[in-house]
Design a protein around this ligand. Structure first.
Ligand SMILES: Cc1cc2nc3c(=O)[nH]c(=O)nc-3n(C[C@H](O)[C@H](O)[C@H](O)COP(=O)(O)OP(=O)(O)OC[C@H]3O[C@@H](n4cnc5c(N)ncnc54)[C@H](O)[C@@H]3O)c2cc1C
Length: 511
């Protein structure tokens, strides 16, 4: 997978725990291999370099590191035994689902264990009475919908990677998708979790009944990027399939007009299940890659999906068509059937990979801004692009302000990669400046850990760290991800020591 093309792979490869890709499993780790084989079976432990290299990056191929050893457990007990062994020997471990992450969250540790859930992919239960499913973490997102569809249900969170990404990875990243505008993110659909903590304890959080009392530990675990433990069993809500779904494509001669249509739709009180926007460059790429038949000459297209009771959808369709026309749309068409609907979505969902058709290399950025700031931020991105000579294609979830600028460059051109990175970083600054965030849905991982201090002050980062250490005092669970550890990205890593600033100022007590 190469959603982000590595412009100088060797020069830029980063290896937590040591420089360069490690050829041999380190001796301390090699000593644990017989025990790991006892736990996971001989075929569940990979030590050959060629096999370990398969796992050296996730979807963000820009960061690479060869894992010390790869284990593929098949049960919760095996996961717990592997983690207990790691805890006993102070060995770091990194959980990995399908490896589609775009923030290097599953980047292996060269002196640690990569714990892959790909052999834990059973759908354990479809419980229609309670409208939920119980699954193992390695199950692909779309497989839940496939299992529920014959009963008139589906699983709502739908990242564009849904055919392959794992539910465990979705939980760890709190993944979103096109339909999150109406249905919410992964966190809104997880009712229960069985997790293995970084000390190897098996813990149940929540269950089939929605809602819980006390601290929302499921809420804390979802989005924790493997730093609080490994999810080994997941109970998710199933959503009843709507009576009617209509997908609409609307074309504009400017991004601004498309943006005005989005605001008008929301202001009119219509809540589409999705509003996606693509600019001219992204349309060009999608057309070349999948011939999606978007209107010629469009500077922006909106993909709007409406679902619900048929009468409501019909009324909304009329309203949205009129609002798009008022905002300046020169063509709006509703898909006439399943085939046309699929083609409209194919254009949108293939957009990341499609830019490979118009640029030798690119960086997928991910940031979010309040919806009202979209117009201003897109204008500033266009200005950045013009100043730097770096093209930026925009594909985004317009309904919730989640931007995915694709920063295009030619890796054969000296300095182009660095300029693209600068533009990419400047876009994140723009997001923060406008009250948004450095990541909308792709997580922090290794890639953005050093950017966390741009959003959070010291006290907040210390609080996050205290929370993390409550689960993982030894610092072995996916180290160097999510939080800038060490705080200043460059200090020596280690367990947090010293007094929390809030404790020091007398605002909080530590027990
Ligand atoms: C083409 C493409 C389109 C994408 N579209 C979207 C999108 O629309 N929305 C979106 O949100 N994301 C999207 N993504 C990003 C990615 O698919 C999601 O982040 C996804 O949730 C990652 O799942 P995974 O199984 O591949 O996880 P991995 O990449 O394997 O891991 C991701 C993180 O989860 C942790 N982890 C994995 N399994 C577990 C577990 N069982 N317990 C604890 N921690 C675990 C890992 O340590 C890592 O930190 C896209 C990616 C690609 C390549």
């Amino acid at each position: 997978m190469a959603t982000t093309a590595p412009h100088t792979p060797e020069g830029r490869a980063r290896t937590p725990g040591g420089p360069g890709a490690r050829e041999r499993t380190p001796a301390a780790l090699a000593a644990l291999v017989p025990r790991l084989r006892e736990i996971c079976g001989a075929d569940g432990v990979l030590t050959d370099l060629s096999q370990r290299r398969v796992y050296e990056s996730d979807g963000l191929t820009y960061h690479r590191s060869t894992p010390g050893v790869v284990v593929m457990p098949t049960t919760t007990d095996q996961v717990a035994s592997v983690i207990r062994l790691c805890a006993e020997h102070g060995v770091p471990y990194v959980p990995r689902g399908a490896g589609t992450g775009l923030s290097a969250g599953a980047l292996p540790h060269s002196e640690g264990v990569l714990l892959v859930t790909s052999r834990m992919r059973r759908i354990l239960e479809i419980d229609l009475d309670n409208e939920c499913a119980v699954v193992e973490p390695g199950v692909a997102n779309l497989d839940i919908t496939r299992a529920a569809a014959p009963h008139g249900y589906y699983y709502a969170p739908d990242p564009s990677s849904q055919q392959v990404c794992s539910v465990g990875g979705n939980v760890a990243e709190n993944s979103g998708g096109a339909h999150c505008l109406k249905y919410g993110f992964t966190v809104n659909h997880v009712r229960g979790l069985e997790i293995v903590t970084p000390s190897g304890e098996i813990v149940e959080l929540g269950g089939k009944a929605p809602g819980a009392h006390g601290y929302d530990l499921i809420g804390a675990f979802v989005g924790s990027e493997g730093t609080l433990g490994v999810a080994t069993r997941i109970t998710v809500s199933l959503t009843r399939a709507p009576e009617k779904t209509v997908t609409l494509l609307s074309a504009f001669t400017s991004l601004d007009a498309g943006g005005q249509a989005v605001s008008a739709i929301i202001a009119a009180g219509v809540l589409p299940s999705a509003i996606e926007m693509m600019d001219a460059l992204a349309i060009e790429a999608a057309e070349r890659a999948v011939a999606c038949d978007y209107p010629a000459g469009a500077a922006a297209v909106l993909v709007v999906e409406l679902d619900g009771p048929a009468v409501e959808v019909d009324a909304q369709l009329e309203r949205v068509t009129a609002l798009c026309a008022d905002a300046g749309s020169f063509e709006t068409r509703a898909a006439s059937g399943a085939e046309e609907r699929a083609l409209i979505w194919k254009g949108r969902k293939s957009a990341f990979a499609a830019v490979g058709r118009i640029s030798p290399a690119y960086i997928v950025q991910d940031g979010v801004v309040p919806r009202t700031a979209l117009g201003e931020v897109l204008g500033r991105i266009a200005a950045l692009s013009a100043e730097s000579g770096i093209r930026v294609a925009n594909v985004f979830h317009a309904g919730d302000g989640n931007l995915h600028p694709l920063v295009l460059f030619d890796d054969a051109e000296p300095g182009a990669g660095e300029r693209a990175e600068e533009v990419s970083g400047a876009i994140l600054d723009l997001c923060i400046e406008h009250g948004g965030s450095i990541t909308g849905e792709h997580g922090v991982g290794v890639d953005k850990a050093c950017k966390m201090p741009r959003m959070y002050d010291d006290a907040s980062l210390e609080t996050f760290d205290l929370f993390r250490r409550a689960f993982d005092p030894a610092g072995i669970a996916n180290p160097e991800k999510l939080l800038p550890t060490p705080r200043l990205c460059g200090e020596r890593p280690g367990v947090r020591t010293g007094v929390h600033p809030l404790v020091q100022s007398g605002e909080a007590e530590q027990f």
